[in-house]
Design a protein around this ligand. Structure first.
Ligand code: FMN
Length: 148
């Protein structure tokens, strides 16, 4: 939402979401960005509730203590963003949790020689019309339309 200071958001339904109450009460959350290798386990985590099952035990994902917030990181996710809620905006079905970014962690295996995240190593994917799709094909680069 903002780069300076870095601000992000997530949008969570109050109804039927164990995470909603954890975030509301703690004022903190971690965004764990998965790689394509984790697509199946991420789908599973989006199909069952933490109020019914312990997702770490069920999936074998590894919780790791965060540096700034109480919520754990997920070791297997190549990017972890530690967040502290600064504003909650109720929109209707979902509440938006706007948060300051306190820390960002990258798995070194996804970084190129210059220390930048490399999409070929990261294998990012997206949710698209109820399917999961790789974001692999390069279409251009920032500003390429002006350079001709
Ligand atoms: C691909 C995908 C995306 C989802 N996105 C959201 C979302 O943005 N907000 C939300 O409230 N629930 C979303 N869900 C549903 C929750 O992840 C799901 O209800 C989950 O069981 C909630 O877990 P919890 O009860 O442990 O918090 C999504 C599910 C999937 C599979």
């Amino acid at each position: 939402m903002s780069s300076e200071p870095p601000v992000v958001y997530i949008s969570v339904r109050p109804v039927g979401r164990h995470s909603y109450h954890l975030i509301k009460e703690s004022g903190e959350y971690v965004i764990n960005i998965p790689s394509a290798e984790q697509a199946r386990v991420v789908d599973y985590c989006g199909m069952v509730s933490g109020s019914e099952v312990n997702k770490f035990e069920e999936t074998g994902l590894t919780p790791v203590p965060s540096s700034m917030v109480k919520a754990p990181l997920i070791l297997e996710c190549p990017v972890n963003i530690e967040c502290r809620v600064k504003q909650v905006v109720p929109l209707g079905s979902h509440d938006v949790f706007i948060a300051d970014v306190l820390a960002v962690h990258f798995n070194k295996n996804i970084l190129d020689e210059k220390g930048r995240p490399d999409p070929n190593r990261f294998k990012p994917y997206s949710y698209c019309f109820r399917e999961y799709r790789l974001l692999s094909d390069k279409l251009g680069f920032h500003g390429y339309s002006k350079r001709g």
